[in-house]
Write a protein that binds this ligand. Structure first.
Ligand SMILES: Cc1cc2nc3c(=O)[nH]c(=O)nc-3n(C[C@H](O)[C@H](O)[C@H](O)COP(=O)(O)OP(=O)(O)OC[C@H]3O[C@@H](n4cnc5c(N)ncnc54)[C@H](O)[C@@H]3O)c2cc1C
Length: 478
């Protein structure tokens, strides 16, 4: 079919190239030509190195195999996230200061029930083993150096995500997209015309002009089209999440890296550790209200045990979401639509979900904005649902050793849903019914809530049984 309708994607970061590839896949057959405009002067944010299992679905949709992209992007497998030192030492707690939030495997259907029953026993005051790790296959695999392709068969499927170099992933998706027919322009947009329909025309710094039927704003935190030009308001999550800055410092890869992201609580936030094949990505996500950037950098360097010769990158984070993700003929994707701090590495998951949901709504409405409101509600709820789960980490942690941790766990930081889930759990009631009734499992499954609340030992009765042994069911995967 001849392309007679145009889609412009402004921005060539991970969000821009993921969007462009999905849009091309689904809308090029209907006559849409996708064009990506990216600026060499501005560049990309260049962090964002961990994913959820959803990224595999993205590659599967595009027909890209792991052996095609993983080696080119220094990618490794990720079975979940290890949370370290999010609880303060307490003599009554026999297990260490860490727990694992796994990506579930099909074989966990059996062991997860054992885990949930253990939690219920503990809530009733009986001794139980409630540390999540030993019940989940991927927690076990991440420590055993067993890659998922060795495990996955018709009978057992384990979910996994990836770690990757975000510059290299962007370059790979750019190359792949252009081979499929996406047009790439390198230009910096200096002026935008808008009208009743929304965005009308973009003007490049060398006087090129660009127009289209639809505009995807993937321009990063600047949100050049959606927020700056169309004045869609931004709703900050500052009342719930305190972190607004980050520092990134790479270190060499060590001989023994686990297939997991590590998130270690520090004095004023937390540090990530993401192993790639070529290096380890590290960083500190913190609140600038409670520590200045120099002190934060010193704390990160001391946590990593590294000298000042390795340079650090300082970043600010705009945490919240646009009040509308699709407005007139413009759709915000990636940092341009909003951002939740990266504790569970959900940003690219939201990018993918936004574009897939948009395509569904656009096609259901016969290429009109008929389902725009439903789409906006859907994406807003996703942001809110994920925000609740991230906020829960701070509310459930018992740390109160700094002013930051005292503030981060304040009840005023809790939304209605989060308050209710915490209350039900602490009173030994069924959180599953509440999560299902309010459809919150669409954002985080009930089992993730169990892992989080048990991981932070949110039990009024505290009769912990030792938990060193992996569930015997996993011996077969050795
Ligand atoms: C500290 C930190 C850690 C993170 N960790 C994770 C993680 O583990 N997992 C995860 O999924 N996400 C993570 N994220 C989020 C992730 O980095 C982003 O979601 C992802 O990189 C996508 O960014 P983007 O494409 O929206 O924006 P950017 O990478 O900023 O790209 C913006 C693009 O727009 C272009 N542009 C801007 N203005 C103009 C203009 N006027 N003219 C032309 N082009 C323009 C730029 O050139 C660039 O190409 C993290 C973010 C931060 C801050």
């Amino acid at each position: 079919m001849k392309n007679n309708k145009n889609i412009i994607v402004l921005g060539g970061g991970t969000a821009g190239w993921m969007s462009a590839n999905l849009l091309h896949l689904k809308l090029a057959p209907l006559g849409y030509q996708v064009r990506v405009i990216e600026s060499e002067d501005i560049g990309i944010i260049g962090v964002g190195e961990g994913s959820t299992p959803q990224l595999k679905v993205f590659f599967d949709l595009l027909g890209i195999q792991e052996h095609d992209w993983m080696p080119l992007c220094d990618a490794t497998y990720k079975y979940g996230i290890q949370f370290r030192q999010w609880c303060q030492s307490d003599p009554k707690r026999p297990f260490l200061d860490d727990y694992f939030h796994p990506f579930p495997a099909s074989s966990d259907a059996q062991t997860a029930v054992d885990f949930m029953q253990a939690c219920h026993r503990m809530m009733q005051g009986y001794p139980a083993s409630v540390k999540p790790d030993p019940y989940f296959l991927t927690a076990y695999l991440s420590t055993q150096d067993i890659i998922p392709t060795r495990i996955n068969t018709a009978d057992t499927q384990c979910n996994y995500g990836y770690h990757f170099d975000s510059y290299k992933l962007g370059a790979f998706l750019s190359e792949f997209g252009q081979q499929q027919g996406i047009i790439r322009d390198v230009d910096t947009i200096t002026k935008v015309d808008s009208n009743e329909q929304g965005i009308n025309k973009l003007y490049g710094k060398n006087h090129a002009q660009y127009s289209a039927e639809l505009f995807f704003d993937c321009s990063g935190f600047e949100s050049v089209l959606l927020q700056k030009t169309l004045k869609v308001s931004f709703e900050s999550f500052g009342n719930h999440l305190l972190n607004d800055a980050a520092i990134a410092i790479p270190t060499p890869r060590t001989a023994k890296e686990l297939m997991q992201t590590q998130a270690t609580a520090l004095s004023t936030g937390w540090a990530w550790r993401i192993p790639l094949t070529s290096r380890v990505g590290n960083g500190y996500v913190y609140s600038s209200q409670y520590i200045d950037k120099e002190a934060a950098e010193m704390e990160l360097r001391s946590h990593l045990g590294i000298a000042e010769t390795i340079p650090a990158r300082h970043l600010t984070m705009k945490v919240g979401q646009a009040s509308k993700h699709w407005y007139k003929n413009c759709i915000g994707v990636g940092l341009a639509q909003g951002f939740i701090e990266p504790l569970e590495a959900t940003a690219l998951h939201l990018v993918q979900e936004t574009v897939v949901q948009f395509i569904g709504a656009f096609l259901a409405g016969k290429e009109t904005s008929r389902f725009q409101n439903a789409f906006n509600d859907n994406i807003r709820n996703r942001f809110d649902g994920i925000k609740d789960y991230i906020t829960a980490h701070y509310c459930a942690s018992n740390r109160n050793d700094t002013e930051y941790w005292q503030a981060a766990s304040q009840p005023r930081k809790q939304t209605k849903h989060l308050k209710e889930i915490l209350l039900l759990w602490r009173n030994g009631k069924d959180i599953n019914a509440y999560i299902t009734e309010h459809k919150l499992h669409q954002y985080y499954p009930t089992i993730s809530w169990y892992c989080l609340l048990a991981g932070y030992q949110q039990f009024s009765h505290r009769q912990f049984e030792p938990t060193a042994q992996w569930h015997p069911h996993f011996a077969q995967y050795k």
